[in-house]
Every structure is written in structure tokens, then in C-alpha cells.
Design a protein around this ligand. Structure first.
Ligand code: M6R
Length: 635
């Protein structure tokens, strides 16, 4: 994901841009650049890192300016190199643009401009856009603002853009459609960014630009119009975000910090919503539409990746407690089908970032078919909460690591609370079960902490298996989505091929893969399918597969069968995913670190430095590690 930061005000812009670009690094990028206005409009950009390459490149330049734009690019059109990096100049170099998103009709626009004599330096769609804006400005003899408006009318695709102009030395022009932009409001200064992280240390007051809005920003004025030329009044939100939430605070990686934050983030997801003693469970954001959800004939859940896995957990909870049929759909498939939405269907869209394009498009499609949409989102003020009719924030705090961890447990917590609310309203659960679930929910943070306290044990298991080429993750019932999530996490950050399967499906094919080189992670807590999963473990052992099992505390049977066990505290079966996922997050994290992977920006790492993959043969049961583990297990 590309990142945007821009500034106009009284400060030196360069340090603001540089710090902002570093804060945006978590999004992953392959090149970075800035533009400043001093003795002309100067663009500096480099392939590689902000610290390693860009900072060195600009060292001897005149960087003094109180206005500037900065960008981290994740290549889409054209390879990662200096020329394709942003900002891009217009043809006559009077304008410079930074752009997130994709201009789908860029080749037709480019051809027209080439026919008019334009020469392009880069292969990017973004450069085409700024040439196009300049062309309109010159040929229609209109203002730059008007040219931006006219150009955006003809653009197909998604964009968040910020433009600087030689002729407007104190003005930024910003616009968005389908890609987020936040404007930070200071005193005699404004900041623009693709998310709030570069802004938060200067101001908590922000304006979220809406789709089809264009902002004209000087150091003491912000005016916003739609691309239909209608003036809109900016609404200032106050962010409740602390700077420390976006810093590593002594952890080696954001991912590790976020894994360890889960006792707090799950607690925050429940804070003010649940009170087991008083038998109270309220989700304020749902109140108005609770009847709609209670009377739903069917619930359709939309999400991608980890959010989709949280949706799978919700399927089990909604069906079990609220007795509503649920379908969980990949938003990325749903949006391209002609899905059937009937009267009485309710859609729940799940997203950490609130900006996932597939999920947003799926929401729009479901809306166009008349569905009422609930959002379960983490990023406050993001696009999905604004596109949905009602919803509940997960309140997990910013998730900076690319691998989703605390977002998953917060999503599952909120979705479970939703299902319990509906079940209570419908009368599909007994008072006793309702109270039991509330009491059990309140125990989750402390139980997660108990698992985290055993992180050393999981580190040792990771050492044993770090060189594996493949992994299988197997679970049943509530632990089936956890198996999928464990496999996704491992492949995403360590590049080990991993499959998640319902354990019962193993005999229908994947069992053929099992031999002494195949680690199999069973999520085998004491629940209604315990006996069945014990049989599955036996099947794997019979084929010499190497078993790592996540089990409930004091489980002696699996302890005897598995090579390694990781214990989690006992909890109501429906809440198991909130605990059983934690060891899998840690396992992926440690394996990735031991393999030398960049866990916070996995895709970037892979793109920049394809390393040879470590060999499996070096392994596998180092006695030292095994003995250490046994002693840890006994504690
Ligand atoms: O922000 P979202 O929850 O909508 O993102 C959806 C997926 O892209 C995301 O969960 C992805 O699968 C994670 N990086 C996996 O760790």
C-alpha cells in the first residue's frame, strides 16, 4: 500500500515529511520521494528505503520550504525504480503529484496526450494523471482547481492525490475517490496523509475527505468542494489516538507488540459494553438496528483474509446462539458475482483497516440490492464505517504490523457479543447460558495473558520447525477457522507453504502429504469434537507426521501423543478461538524472525530481497531444544 504525507504551514516541511514517511513504512513500499518548493518545484525520489536511500540522496540539497509532499510507493504500474517513484512532474514541470490508487483508463488518456506531444518519463498511471490535469488547465484556460475537477470527472479508478504547483506556492490540492485521505488541522498549518499516523504527533483534529471531494489547502484555510462544484463544510473529528499506540515501545516488531497487546485490546473491545455482574451487554452502534438483525432471515458476512476468518468464527456463533443461517463470503468474490440478496437478509462487513477495496465494493453491491449493512471495523473514521448503516468499532487500536493479530481477536470478540445480543433479544439462549457467556468473555484478557506468559516455550518449538518447507494446520468446529488463520499467518510472514483444513477433511486427500517431514499443528482443545480430533492425531502419528498440538490445560491424553503441546486455559467452547489463535500467532512470528524475514512488512521484504529459502534438513529434533521444552511444559 502506498503512503501519502503532505504539509503546508509555518514549519520546515522536510522534517515533517521525513518523519511522516517513516511512520508510513509499515504499509510496505519499494521507493519513496518528496517535492518541496524553493527556487522552483523540486522533486527528489529514490528506489529503496526512506532511511537508507532517500535521506542520503537529499543530504546536500536545499530542503528549506514550508510546503511539501511525500510518498512511499508500492509498485503497480511499472517496476520499482527511481523514475517510477512519486512525486511525478507534469509535462512542463509546473505541477507535481503524489497518488495512491489506480487510474484504470490511464492508457487511453496517455495515448491522447502522446498524440498532443506529451512525453512521459515514467511508466506510471499517476504521471498520466498530472499531465492530463495540466493539459486541461492550459487548454481550457481555467484555474488549477477547476482543471483538477474536470480531470477527475473523466478518470476511471481509485485515487487519493495531493498536488503542488509552482504558481500556488502555499497551496496543496487534495482529492480522493476510493482511497483514504485525512487532513490534519493545526494552527496556521495543515497536514494531509493517507492515514492518521503521520499527523497524530502534531494535532488530534482531523477532517476525513469523502469520495469525490477536492480540498484546497493553504496554511490558514481549508476549503472543500465536491467534483460537482458544490461547497461542503469540513467536519472536524477529534482523534483519540496516543502517539505511543503507533510506536514500538521497546518491542522488536510491531507484530510482536500487537500480539502482546491482546489482553488490553480484547478488554478495550468489551469496555463499556459488557457487565457480567449486572447481566448487561450493549453495543451502542447496533441499538437502532437491533430489530433488523434480530429478525434477519439470513446473515451474509463479507471480509477478506483474516477478517474473513473472523467471519467464519461468527458463522458458528450466530448459528449456534442466535439460530440465524449465516453465509460467509470472500468480499473479493462476492463483488464480482451477481449475488442474491433477499428481503430480510442482513450483511455484516468486517475489516480492520476499513479501507479494503474489495470489501468496500462488496458493501456497495449489497447496498444496491437493498441490504442493510453492519460494519465491524477497527480504524475509526475509515471508509467502511461511513459506507455502512450501523456497526460496532472493535477498538483494538492501530494495527501497524501487516499481519493481522489483535484485529482478529477484537473482531471475534465484537462479533460474539453481537451474536449474544441477538440471541438474548430473540430468546434463543437461556438466561443461564447468557450469563455464563458474559462471565466467560470477561475472563478472556487474563487467559490470553497466561498464554503470552509462555512465549518462551513457543519460541523453542519455532526453533525446531523453522526450516520446514510445509505445514498443515488442522482444527474442527470453532477451531477450524483458527486453523485457517494459523496457516495464513505462517505463510504471510515466513513464506513457508501452509494449509489450513478442517481436521475431518484430512482423510479426503491431504493425508497423502503426511510423512516425517510434515509438521501438523492440531488445534485440539477439550470441546465437543475432542474425541474426533484425537483420532485425527492418531492418523497423523501413524504416518510419522510431527504433531504440535494446542490443547486445553491438563490434557494428558494428547500430551502423550504429540511431540509438542502448547496449553491454553479452559474456556466456553464458543470462545476458544480467542485463546487458541494466540500460540499460532506467536509460532508464525518466531519462525519468521528465526528465518530472517521482515515480519512487519513481509511483502516488501520479499520484493526487495528474494533470499534463498533455508533447508529443512538441518533440523529437526535438536535434543537441547526438546529437553528444554519438556522442562518448560512441566512448569
Ligand atoms: O483491513 P482488512 O481487515 O479489511 O484487511 C483484510 C485482509 O487484507 C487482511 O486481513 C490480511 O489478510 C492480513 N494481512 C492477514 O494477516
Amino acid at each position: 500500500m502506498c503512503g501519502i504525507v503532505a504539509y503546508t504551514g509555518y514549519r520546515e516541511a522536510y522534517p515533517v515529511l521525513l518523519k511522516g514517511l517513516k511512520r508510513l513504512e509499515y504499509r510496505g513500499y519499494d521507493s519513496a520521494g518528496i517535492a518541496l518548493l524553493n527556487n522552483g518545484l523540486n522533486v527528489y525520489k529514490k528506489k529503496g528505503k526512506v532511511t537508507g536511500e532517500l535521506e542520503v540522496f537529499v543530504k546536500d540539497k536545499n530542503l528549506s520550504s514550508t510546503i511539501g509532499i511525500g510518498h512511499t510507493r508500492w509498485a503497480t504500474h511499472g517496476e520499482p525504480n527511481d523514475v517510477n517513484a512519486h512525486p511525478h512532474y507534469s509535462f512542463n514541470e509546473n505541477l507535481a503529484i503524489i497518488h495512491n490508487g489506480i487510474i484504470e483508463n490511464y492508457s487511453a488518456l496517455k495515448q491522447d496526450l502522446i498524440n498532443k506531444g506529451h512525453v512521459f518519463r515514467s511508466e506510471t498511471d499517476s504521471e498520466v494523471l498530472i499531465h492530463f490535469i495540466e493539459d486541461i488547465k492550459e487548454n481550457s484556460n481555467c484555474s488549477l482547481e477547476e482543471a483538477v475537477r474536470l480531470a477527475l470527472h473523466q478518470v476511471v479508478g481509485a485515487y487519493a492525490i495531493v498536488i503542488m504547483s509552482k504558481d500556488h506556492p502555499d497551496t496543496l490540492f487534495a482529492a480522493r475517490k476510493g482511497s483514504p485521505l485525512v487532513i490534519g488541522v493545526g494552527k496556521n498549518e495543515y497536514f494531509v496523509a493517507s492515514d492518521a499516523t503521520p499527523i497524530i504527533e502534531y494535532t488530534n483534529d482531523v477532517v476525513y475527505l469523502d469520495d469525490y471531494e477536492i480540498a484546497v489547502i493553504t496554511k490558514n484555510k481549508l476549503s472543500i468542494k465536491t467534483i460537482e462544484d458544490v461547497v461542503t463544510t469540513p467536519y472536524i473529528h477529534t482523534l483519540e489516538l496516543e502517539l505511543e499506540a503507533i510506536e514500538k515501545n521497546g518491542f522488536e516488531h510491531f507484530m510482536l507488540k500487537e500480539i502482546f497487546e491482546q489482553p488490553k485490546s480484547v478488554h478495550d473491545s468489551m469496555r463499556g459494553r459488557i457487565n457480567a455482574d449486572g447481566g448487561r451487554l450493549v453495543l451502542g452502534g447496533l441499538r437502532e438496528y437491533l430489530n433488523t438483525l434480530t429478525n434477519a432471515k439470513r446473515v451474509v458476512i463479507l471480509g477478506c483474509g483474516t477478517s474473513w476468518h473472523a467471519g467464519l468464527v461468527a458463522e458458528y456463533v450466530f448459528e449456534e446462539f442466535a439460530r440465524i443461517p449465516v453465509e460467509v463470503e470472500y468480499a473479493s468474490e462476492f463483488r464480482y458475482r451477481n449475488p442474491i440478496i433477499n428481503e430480510g437478509d442482513v450483511v455484516i462487513a468486517i475489516s480492520q483497516s476499513g479501507e479494503t477495496a474489495d470489501t468496500l465494493a462488496a458493501i456497495e453491491l449489497a447496498k444496491s440490492k437493498g441490504a442493510i449493512i453492519f460494519g465491524v471495523c477497527n480504524a475509526v473514521g475509515s471508509s467502511i464505517p461511513r459506507a455502512t448503516h450501523a456497526g460496532a468499532y472493535t477498538h483494538a487500536g492501530p494495527e501497524i504490523g501487516v499481519a493481522s493479530t489483535k484485529a482478529f481477536t477484537a473482531q471475534v470478540t465484537v462479533l460474539t457479543m453481537m451474536a449474544i445480543c441477538v440471541a438474548k433479544a430473540k430468546g434463543t439462549i437461556t438466561e443461564t447460558l447468557y450469563h455464563e457467556l458474559l462471565v466467560e468473555l470477561e475472563t478472556v484478557p487474563a487467559k490470553i495473558q497466561k498464554i503470552l506468559d509462555k512465549h518462551n516455550q513457543i519460541h523453542y518449538i519455532s526453533e525446531v520447525f523453522k526450516d520446514a518447507h510445509n505445514f498443515l494446520f488442522l482444527g474442527r468446529g470453532y477451531n477450524f477457522p483458527v486453523a485457517l488463520e494459523g496457516a495464513l499467518k505462517l505463510k504471510e510472514i515466513s513464506y513457508i507453504h501452509a494449509e489450513g483444513y478442517p481436521a475431518a477433511e484430512m482423510k479426503h486427500g491431504p493425508i497423502a502429504l503426511i510423512d516425517e517431514e510434515m509438521p501438523v499443528v492440531f488445534i485440539a482443545t477439550k470441546d465437543s469434537s475432542y474425541e474426533k480430533i484425537v483420532s485425527n492425531i492418531q492418523e497423523v502419528r501413524a504416518r510419522k507426521g510431527r504433531v504440535i498440538a494446542v490443547v486445553t490445560e491438563k490434557d494428558e491424553l494428547i500430551q502423550r501423543m504429540a511431540e509438542f503441546v502448547i496449553e491454553v486455559p479452559h474456556i466456553h467452547e464458543a470462545l476458544t478461538p480467542l485463546l487458541s489463535v494466540i500460540p499460532l500467532q506467536l509460532l508464525s512470528y518466531y519462525i519468521a524472525v528465526l528465518r530472517g524475514c521482515n515480519v512487519d512488512q513481509p511483502a516488501t521484504w520479499r520484493n526487495l530481497s528474494l533470499s534463498s529459502s533455508p533447508r529443512w534438513g538441518t533440523l529437526i529434533g535438536s535434543e537441547r531444544i526438546k529437553n528444554k521444552l519438556k522442562s518448560l511444559n512441566r512448569r
